[in-house]
Design a protein around this ligand. Sequence first.
Ligand code: SF4
Length: 493
Amino acid sequence: MPRMLLDLQNRGQLAAGMSSFSPYREQILDTFKQIGTVIEAFRLNHPGKYESIMQEYAGRAAIGHVRYATCGANDRSYAQPFERHHGCKWKWFSFAFNGQLANFSELRAELLSLADYHLVRETDTEVIMHYLSHELRGDEKPDLVQVFRNLSQKFDGSYNLVYLDAMGDMVILRDPKGFRPLCFAQDGPLFAAASESVALLNLGFRNIRSLEPGEMIVIQNNQMRKELFAPRQTPSHCFFEWIYFANVASTLDERSVYMARAALGKELARQERVLEKVPLDDDTIVVPVPDTGKAAADAMAFELGLRSVEGLMRNRYIGRTFIEGTNRADRARLKYTPLREVLAGKRVLLIEDTIVRSTTLKSLLHHMREKGGAREVHVRVGCPPIVAPCFYGIDMSTIRELFAPRFMKGPRPTAVEQDAMAAELGADSLCYLPLEAVARCIGLSADHLCRACITGKYPTPTGERLYQLALRNRHGEGNGRTYEMNAEPAIAQ
Ligand code: SF4
């Protein structure tokens, strides 16, 4: 399990954990979890301690999780899997969850309006646990497909789940819009599933497939079956996975992340030729912001006949805790070292995967000139402007925290607006990827992608409603996330 979680570390670094099932233990179902990265949580740097964890939790089935927070505090009680102990084996379960329930405030309010509920955490994971427990009430074990079918009628948002109970029954499920990726593979008696294909590939699986939105895999009595738990809908795969979030070695919904990022670079190159803003000569170099901008930068440089060089070195050993104790501007200084030998006197086309809040980038540009001696820095962004919040699992939940909306009047950035953004960042020029290019680069049709944060058009009713709330609060002073402000006790369907 830790081996798989290491390959998924890009999806969250706050905590890591696993639940395993073994009928030969007193704790048939048992959960280990700690805050920190996989290395920290599972003590991978201490072979003795790691071995003893793995021996204690050895079993014939397991589920695991790495935590990325869109809500809730950073303490161990928020780490997943969430285990709910019960004396009845089919009511004793553990689950882990990837996504964000957009309507979790309403679901929470509804639970609290029922008799004698008391919730202790500000997280959708706890809400899911109680709704699951509620579905498992009664004297007879319910059909697990029906359990999740009922939940799908209440949940609005992104929710990929893995579920394991003390009978050894397992469920792997992808939400009906398929926001987040989920894939699986089988080799003889071995079955594995993960958010990203790279985790399965590195275990040696070859025939890796994506679970379709609204599908679940149920494993009971050593038999595996695939079921549809929610009616088929037009999918809304999160485009941000390919552009920024996912591991570059993964293939999601049969579309390679690396190839999508390389295609972005080619689009940026085409745009550069049309713009004619920067002379394409020996004094111009292409530099990626490590590490997610690299594939796009290499492809762009190749198309333009320029050199793609590492003008920024990432400090890989700085440590998450050390970085988190600083403000965002200082993080750039700690994370990246500009290489004077590469940058001095050059015109730099700096390739950034996306601009969300801009604080890190602003500071980075300053250091590239100050320490690196770059003559000019032209920022090229492999993503359209982020103009709206995400309510489906990426932590950018208000408009006021975003960079681009402060400058844009319409849905697309004008040349004048991009110049104003460049001036604010301290760049010589700035150009975003055009909106239409996103679907083309990924190789999916635009109506099969969620692009809400770049269009303001949300694929679910709660998303639409929260966006209106975010627009009303865009100039507000509060620090709360939009979905945490929204607690009207009615469930949106
Ligand atoms: S709003 Fe943006 S980040 Fe969130 S799921 Fe949609 S595309 Fe992805």
